[in-house]
Design a protein around this ligand. Structure first.
Ligand code: FPP
Length: 235
C-alpha cells in the first residue's frame, strides 16, 4: 500500500473544554484538566508517527478576558504540565518551543517555560510549539516592529521587505507553514491562530469537543487531509 501523506506541520485549536465540562455539570477548569490529558496523548502520538511540527493553541491574547478564576486555573495547569514535562517527558525526543509573549506570565511560569525550552533545545524529534499568550495579529505587529527597527538602523530598505523576511520575524521562524489545522468543537473560526502561516493550510472543523478527542479522530483528520488536493492557488 502506498504511504499515506501526513502533514509535516499540524496545528490544533484545542477547543470545547468549557462545553465539555458544562455538559457534565462540572466547573470549566475540569474541562481544561481533561483537555490537558488529551493534549499529552496527542503529543505522544504525533511524535511517534512522525509528525515533524505540532502547534497547539493553549492560551490566546484574548483569553485574559475570561473570569479570573478560570485564568488562574489555566496558569496552574500550564505549570503542572511543564513540571511534569521536566520530570517525565525526558525520554520523549520532543523539542518544545513557545509562541507568544511569555514575558507577562508570573516568574514561576516564566522559569518553567525557560527550563523546558532549554532542556529540550537539542532534541532532534518533533517540534512542539505551544502557543501561550499568542495572537496572530500581535505576532505580525511584532514582526513589523522588528523590521521597522532594522530600517531605522539602516540595515534594511523598505523595498527589501519580502514575504520571506516577514516569515523570518515570526515566532515560527525557520519552520514550514502548517499543512493542516484542526479545530474540534465545531466552531468555524480561525480565532487569531497562525494568521500569516495558515495562508494555504488545509482547515478541518470537527464536531467533537477537545476532551473527547482521540487518536482515532486524529487518524480520521489525516485521512481527510490525504484525500485533499492542495493547489496553493494554482490549478
Ligand atoms: C478552549 O476551550 C481551550 C482553552 C482556552 C485552553 C486550552 C488548554 C488546554 C487544553 C490545557 C492543556 C494545555 C497545555 C499546554 C497543558 P474553551 O474553554 O474555549 O471551550 P468552550 O468553547 O467550550 O468554552
Amino acid at each position: 500500500m502506498p504511504q499515506r501523506v501526513l502533514p509535516r506541520h499540524l496545528g490544533i485549536i484545542m477547543d470545547g473544554n468549557g462545553r465539555w465540562a458544562k455538559k457534565r455539570g462540572l466547573p470549566r477548569s475540569a474541562g481544561h484538566v481533561a483537555g490537558a490529558k488529551v493534549f499529552k496523548t496527542i503529543v505522544r502520538y504525533c511524535s511517534r508517527i512522525g509528525i515533524e511540527y505540532l502547534t497547539v493553541y493553549a492560551f490566546s491574547t484574548e483569553n485574559w478576558k475570561r473570569p479570573q478564576e478560570e485564568v488562574s486555573s489555566l496558569m496552574s495547569l500550564f505549570k503542572t504540565y511543564l513540571r511534569d514535562a521536566l520530570d517525565n517527558f525526558l525520554s520523549e525526543n520532543v523539542k518544545v518551543r513557545f509562541l507568544g509573549d511569555t514575558s507577562v506570565f508570573d516568574p514561576q511560569l516564566r522559569e518553567l517555560i525557560q527550563k523546558v525550552t532549554e532542556v529540550s533545545a537539542n532534541r532532534t524529534g518533533m517540534v512542539l510549539n505551544i502557543a501561550l499568550n499568542y495572537g496572530g495579529r500581535a505576532e505580525i505587529a511584532r514582526a513589523v516592529q522588528l523590521l521597522a527597527k532594522d530600517v531605522q538602523n539602516g540595515l534594511l530598505k523598505p523595498e527589501e521587505i519580502t514575504e520571506e523576511l516577514i516569515s523570518s520575524k515570526l515566532y515560527t521562524a525557520g519552520q514550514p507553514d502548517p499543512d493542516l489545522i484542526i479545530r474540534p468543537s465545531g466552531e468555524n473560526r480561525i480565532s487569531n491562530f497562525l494568521l500569516w502561516q495558515s495562508a494555504y493550510s488545509e482547515y478541518l472543523v470537527m464536531d467533537i469537543l477537545w476532551p473527547d478527542f482521540t487518536t482515532k479522530d486524529l487518524e480520521y483528520a489525516f485521512d481527510v487531509y490525504a484525500s485533499r488536493n492542495r493547489r496553493f492557488g494554482g490549478v
